[in-house]
Design a protein around this ligand. Structure first.
Ligand SMILES: Cc1cc2nc3c(=O)[nH]c(=O)nc-3n(C[C@H](O)[C@H](O)[C@H](O)COP(=O)(O)OP(=O)(O)OC[C@H]3O[C@@H](n4cnc5c(N)ncnc54)[C@H](O)[C@@H]3O)c2cc1C
Length: 438
């Protein structure tokens, strides 16, 4: 009457791994390696252009650092000043409008320079990305770590991945390296750059159960002073950083520590322990120094280690600090930016260089295309800049713009080379991110 009884046996079968391991092959027009914010932008834009997209990530979920490192704030979508202008559109428009309407994103405008930032709920942003990727019909491989690249005659032919469920090969005409660490270019045997000195990362985390009334008196200037005077007592070395309560949610984002982020398998695991220990130290510091607000506070979630600048491509046209200071528009401009130099190169403090109001500068296509390849384009924090320029363009607004540029560039690729695209056509397609002013 109620169907099969629970004690009925379930049939099983016995099997062994086949002697020869066959690759499952997935085909598309464009393969995007890395589903952080730049890869998500590239994949959604390419799908909108009618391209068959394969999106691959080593993590078991989408979102890269934007989600899994709980970055929490989207910056760099606007110019700075009394009348900020939105300089990046594409997926940013839908993302901001839909998340804001749902109460999952808060626009903040302030600071001396009239900076516009968007604080977001990372759980909701993750679902937003998943829904959009699914609706766009993008073939998605998660938990798939790059193991090899077949590269010949300046073109990537196949890219191989290991998954828990067997190896997978992806074939496509064009590839986006949005891995953050230039993994695709590195595995293809192309030259890449790494900084000679550490550029520090941070493990962001969420605090809950702080006093909702006393928190109104939270002053970052006071915290910075306390970090300088009392931080060492709690094992803290960084003197700046942010604490950002999400109004109405009872959650506060903390971005306070600094640790090295080497590209080494064992050292990468140590980052997790070191970053979490540092987060625990920050909580002890807050409880000890600001008990009125934090006496009963707890850590609700630790993000994955946040990596700022690790390894990036070698292009023909590295973006330089001088170029972003001057703000001249190169012939091959594909994105606009306004975020400042924000280089985390000392353990104690961030090096900032703020530009005048309304200053914008440009990302050239040339710094996104590795010198030795015709069908790979980088997007996000692994494009080619000097350390200072990269520290400015690695934030999420420009990452979205670079993702869009990568999709449109590959859309025009055909059998040709990314080094000889029809720039007028490309820039026309990218009008919103280059010239729109509303
Ligand atoms: C602590 C911290 C705070 C920050 N604060 C802000 C902020 O407030 N606002 C802001 O806008 N920006 C901020 N940034 C910068 C910004 O978050 C990142 O630069 C941006 O998210 C990078 O996006 P991405 O898509 O280029 O790379 P990532 O988000 O790093 O994504 C890369 C993806 O590639 C995958 N991948 C890499 N290698 C492989 C491989 N071999 N095989 C398979 N998959 C692979 C990874 O799993 C990952 O999901 C911050 C960064 C850090 C670290």
């Amino acid at each position: 009457m109620f169907g099969p009884h629970k004690s009925d046996p379930i049939a099983t079968r016995t099997l062994r791994r086949p002697a020869r391991r066959e690759y499952g092959t997935v085909k598309g027009d464009i393969c995007v390696l890395g589903a952080g914010i730049s890869g998500i932008s590239a994949a959604l834009e390419a799908a909108k252009l009618g391209r068959r997209v394969v999106l691959v990530d080593g993590s078991p979920s989408l979102g890269g650092q934007a989600i899994n490192s709980i970055i929490g704030t989207l910056i760099g979508l606007y110019s700075h000043g009394e009348k900020p202008c939105q300089i990046t559109h594409g997926i940013a428009d839908e993302l901001v409008n839909e998340m804001t309407a749902a109460g999952d994103m808060l626009r903040r405008q302030g600071g001396g320079a009239g900076t516009v930032t968007y604080q977001y709920d990372e759980v909701k942003l993750a679902r937003w990305m998943e829904r959009k990727v699914e609706a766009a019909g993008i073939q998605t491989l998660l938990g798939a770590v790059l193991t090899g690249v077949e590269f010949s005659d300046r073109r990537v032919r196949n890219v191989d991945f290991a998954t828990r469920f067997g190896p997978v090969r992806v074939r496509a005409n064009g590839f986006v390296d949005s891995s953050g660490d230039a993994s695709l270019c590195y595995e293809a045997g192309l030259p890449v750059r790494e900084p000679e000195e550490p550029i520090y990362g941070t493990l962001n985390f969420l605090i809950e159960n702080y006093d909702p009334v006393a928190v109104k008196d939270l002053s970052m200037q006071e915290i910075h002073k306390l970090l300088l005077s009392a931080g060492p007592k709690y094992g803290l070395t960084r003197h700046d950083g942010h604490l950002m309560p999400f109004t109405g949610k009872g959650i506060m984002l903390a971005n306070i520590g600094h640790f090295e982020t080497p590209l080494d398998p064992l050292a990468a695991a140590q980052m997790v322990f070191k970053g979490r220990q540092e987060a625990d130290n920050v909580l002890r510091f807050l409880q000890g120094e600001l008990p009125a607000i934090f006496k009963n506070a707890r850590i609700r979630a630790y993000g994955n280690p946040g990596i700022r600048q690790s390894r990036w491509i070698c292009s023909r046209r590295q973006l330089t600090l001088d170029a972003i200071r001057k703000g001249e528009r190169p012939m091959d401009a594909v994105a606009r930016c306004a975020w400042w130099v924000e280089l985390h190169n000392t353990i104690e403090l961030v090096h900032w260089e703020r530009f005048p109001e309304n200053h914008v500068y440009y990302i050239p296509l040339g710094c996104m295309v590795p010198d030795g390849a015709d069908n790979i384009i980088a997007a996000g924090r692994c494009v080619d800049g000097d350390t200072h320029a990269l520290s400015a363009i690695r934030v999420m607004g420009p990452c979205i713009a670079m993702g869009a540029a990568a999709a449109h560039a590959l859309n025009l690729l055909g059998d040709g080379s990314l080094h000889s695209l029809d720039l007028a056509r490309l820039q026309k397609a990218l009008y919103d991110n280059l010239d729109r002013a509303d």
